[in-house]
Write a protein that binds this ligand. Structure first.
Ligand code: GLC
Length: 547
């Protein structure tokens, strides 16, 4: 196992598949997906052409925030399986050359965690200082309330401790006190525990909020970065080859800071880029995309962005201007039920009106722009959502494997399922499912697998420098990716209409675009603008080769 983890820099070329274990495959017929079910589906995951699984929280939890409310960091939730199952999963994944990372929720615990239960007993408890207490609820006023639809304050009263405790998310998720060094040590030990079990890294949840300081918004504090460096030193010193991926929903400068000088995170989610992909598409305008990528500060060598279209949360609109937020909301969340906090709680396919061309276009951008793509389970078949389920549950419904009972997800009684399968006319599992898409060569699933294979055949996609190509109309986004003498040219039409376009490709005069399908019929590039005609939402992937 150590050898497997040791392969350096694998994260640069990774493609992630985000799995909600509870919703993926139920092997025990209790209506909950589990680790054994996931093991059964590893062949499927391998066949997608991804290289790393990201498992959402698998620890014991009262499940008031779907496992992001951890009540024990050193166990597996019994409804999902056991530590032995977990080890079997990592071994089976590694045999297939798939890596496995899990969520690591470090900023808070559940109020059911034994640390908090003991802390509530008061200042004499050895765990009291594990949390942030106050006699008043008016400290740290500048810190934003993140779950603004549910919470009105970051302080909650604890009857037993007779004090307020600090929480950045739900009030049942008290924040850990990182000023108390035993907390830091305890979290580092949690990391060691899972790393010893063979895990390849962590998606570290809610990183910016570890410390609180009066007069600040309590995000991205220097002390937080110092602890990130401690986590990284642990990885480099004791577990080289494993990775840390940051969830830090921040503006570019604050976000890039989490790479440090190459001594903090190996990866971070590209939160600024994600909403701009949706913005560029809807506005049929390349500017939001180009501006975003060109103004993102450079990241240290050996670091990589994690890029994504959707995930298990709402499509967050925090990292856009007020005007763009209003526009995205009006265009993508026409029903107020689709909104949650500052975001849109919908899956990819319904966001794009189930338009196969637009889904392919966004995937094509995701796979060809810089970064390691992360694909959210179910989005590879264009699964729908259920906006009538509360919180973010509508985008976490059971994976649709087939048109069998419960979408092939579970053979339990339908009423036992952790959440109902989708039955509505557009998204029902009888129509949208893996088995059907495997049978149809023209399915989204086959298309995406093919595209992922193309991408992994060419290191330019994961390692190449990006350069935007000047174009004669703003609805076209064209760029090159170059690495070690190979150059790919990627051209995308963001518009719903056919677009003729001139590309300024003089720097490549003498080369010939060869389409990834093998088509050599495109004319050689001359010292004059290169003309192409793109169908609505079309993407063209070329390699530039000597004529
Ligand atoms: C992260 C998770 C989200 C969770 C929150 C609180 O933002 O992505 O699902 O609710 O942290 O733990």
């Amino acid at each position: 196992m150590a050898e497997f983890n040791g392969g350096g820099h694998w994260h640069l070329d990774a493609v992630f598949y985000q799995v909600y274990v509870r919703g993926f495959k139920d092997s025990s017929r209790d209506g909950n997906g589990d680790l054994r079910g996931l093991i059964e589906k590893l062949d499927y995951i391998e066949s997608l052409g991804v290289s790393c699984l990201w498992l959402m929280p698998i620890f014991p939890s009262p499940l008031r925030d779907d496992g992001y409310d951890v009540s024990d960091f050193l166990e597996i939730d019994p409804s999902i399986g056991s530590l032995a199952d977990f080890q079997q999963l990592t071994e089976a994944a590694h045999q297939r050359d798939l890596r496995v990372i899990t969520d690591l929720v470090i900023s808070h615990t559940s109020d059911q965690h034994h640390w908090f239960q003991k802390a509530r007993q008061g200042p004499d408890s050895p765990f009291f200082s594990y949390y942030v207490w106050s006699d008043s609820d008016d400290r740290y006023q500048e810190a934003q309330v993140i779950f603004s639809d549910t919470e009105h304050s970051n302080w909650a009263w604890d009857h037993q401790a007779k004090r307020y405790y600090w929480h950045r998310f739900f009030s049942h998720q008290p924040d850990l006190n990182y000023d108390h060094l035993p907390v830091q040590e305890a979290i580092l030990d949690v990391m060691r525990f899972w790393l010893d079990l063979g895990i390849d890294g962590f998606r570290v949840d809610a990183v910016p909020y570890l410390f609180e300081r009066e007069g600040t918004n309590c995000e991205n504090l220097p002390e937080t970065h110092a602890f990130c460096r401690r986590m990284r030193r642990l990885i480099d010193g004791e577990y080289p080859g494993r990775i840390l991926l940051a969830e830090a929903n921040q503006w570019p400068d604050d976000l890039v800071a989490y790479f440090g000088a190459g001594d903090e995170f190996h990866m971070a989610f590209n939160f600024p880029l994600m909403p701009r992909l949706f913005l560029a598409l809807r506005r049929e305008d390349n500017r939001p995309l180009i501006d975003c990528i060109e103004t993102l500060p450079a990241i240290p060598a050996d670091c990589q962005w994690a890029t994504f279209l959707r995930n298990h949360d709402e499509l967050t609109l925090e990292m856009v201007t007020d005007a763009d937020r209003d526009y995205l909301t009006s265009e993508y969340a026409r029903d107020p039920r689709m909104m949650l906090n500052v975001g849109i709680r919908r899956r990819l396919a319904p966001l794009l009106d189930h338009d196969r061309r637009r889904i392919e276009l966004l995937y094509s951008l995701l796979l060809s722009l810089p970064g390691a793509p992360v694909i959210y389970y179910g989005d590879e078949i264009g699964m729908g959502d259920n906006i009538y389920l509360g919180d973010r549950n509508g985008v976490r419904t059971p994976m649709q494997w087939s048109d069998d009972r419960n979408a092939g997800f579970s053979s339990a009684d339908p009423s036992r399922l952790y959440k109902p399968v989708l039955t509505d006319p557009l998204d029902n599992y009888q129509t949208v499912n893996v088995a059907a898409q495997l049978r149809s060569p023209a399915s989204l699933l086959h298309w995406l697998r093919h595209q992922l294979r193309l991408r992994s055949s060419q290191p330019v996609f994961s390692r190449g420098e990006i350069r935007f190509v000047q174009v004669s109309c703003r609805s076209i986004v064209a760029f090159t990716r170059s690495h070690r003498g190979t150059t790919a040219l990627l051209v995308h039409n963001l518009a719903a209409t056919v677009q003729p376009v001139h590309l300024e490709l003089e720097a490549y005069a003498g080369l010939r675009p060869v389409h990834f399908s093998g088509n050599h019929g495109f004319p050689q590039i001359q010292a004059a603008p290169y003309f192409l005609n793109l169908a609505p939402y079309e993407s063209l992937w070329f390699l530039l080769e000597p004529a």
